[in-house]
Design a protein around this ligand. Structure first.
Ligand code: BTN
Length: 234
């Protein structure tokens, strides 16, 4: 059984869970607002009202066996949105969920030893006027029953936790089928150098497969590629 703790407001559900050194596997923090929500690459995540959900998983496998964790979280959240809110989202590699080409959900996975803190922020019942102009332009917002979505999210994440190693292949196939980047241009970043390539797939470890101009196929990890700014937000 996972243990769900709820907060009206918190600094960041990820930060708060990180501070709980003795929290057990399956401890969930869910908040309606965050004052210091955090995104990937040190960015902030504006959190005026929505579902801000973090769960702690303790996994003893070496990190190299869990490279696909964030991608499988994206599949779990996508399934939860489909079941609880009848919404079909796309995935922008690695871990944004899009609705109509705008970002509905961001995912931040942080790890320390065997502790993996999975943070999910969904613009659910968010008032667009509460988002800063630049965020609002790129954000999708849904209206739905928050309790139902939290419940389904928990169910799907539990399933993901069980399937993480045993069903990696099928989950990653579902990920690739929903990934909007496939068939589209990406920029490979190499220091100051930028090369254009085309995304052609996603492998079982969630690396993006790209075809370079000479026809060769390479697998790319998230630090080496920019998928942004080439065709609108996607
Ligand atoms: C991103 O899009 O860059 C990732 C955003 C992750 C936001 C979630 S909201 C719940 C959890 N707490 C945080 O401070 N961040 C994550």
């Amino acid at each position: 059984m996972w243990n769900i703790q709820r907060f009206e407001q918190i600094d960041s559900t990820n930060s708060a869970l990180k501070r709980q050194r003795d929290a057990s596997h399956g401890t969930v923090y869910v908040a309606k607002r965050q004052s210091s929500g955090r995104g990937r690459m040190g960015r902030s995540f504006v959190s005026p009202h929505g579902i801000y959900y973090s769960v702690l998983l303790r996994r003893s496998e070496p990190p190299t066996s869990l490279m696909h964790l964030t991608a499988m979280v994206a599949v779990a959240v996508r399934r939860a949105l489909s079941k609880a809110a009848d919404i079909q989202t796309d995935i922008k590699w690695v871990n944004d969920l899009l609705l109509g080409q705008k970002k509905l959900c961001g995912i931040l996975v942080e790890s320390e030893g065997d502790r993996y803190i999975i943070g999910i922020g969904i613009n659910c019942n968010t008032d667009p006027d509460d988002l800063p102009e630049d965020v609002r332009q790129m954000a999708a917002v849904i209206s739905c029953d928050e309790e139902l979505l939290i419940c389904e999210l928990t169910r799907q994440l539990q399933d993901m936790d069980r399937c993480l190693l045993s069903h990696q292949k099928e989950w990653m196939q579902e990920y690739a089928a929903a990934c909007v980047n496939i068939g589209k241009p990406v920029q490979i970043l190499h220091g100051e150098e930028r090369r254009q390539a085309v995304a052609v797939g996603v492998d079982e470890n969630a690396a993006l497969l790209v075809q370079e101009s000479d026809g060769s196929i390479r697998s790319i990890s998230s630090g080496e590629v920019s998928v942004r700014g080439l065709y609108g937000y996607i």
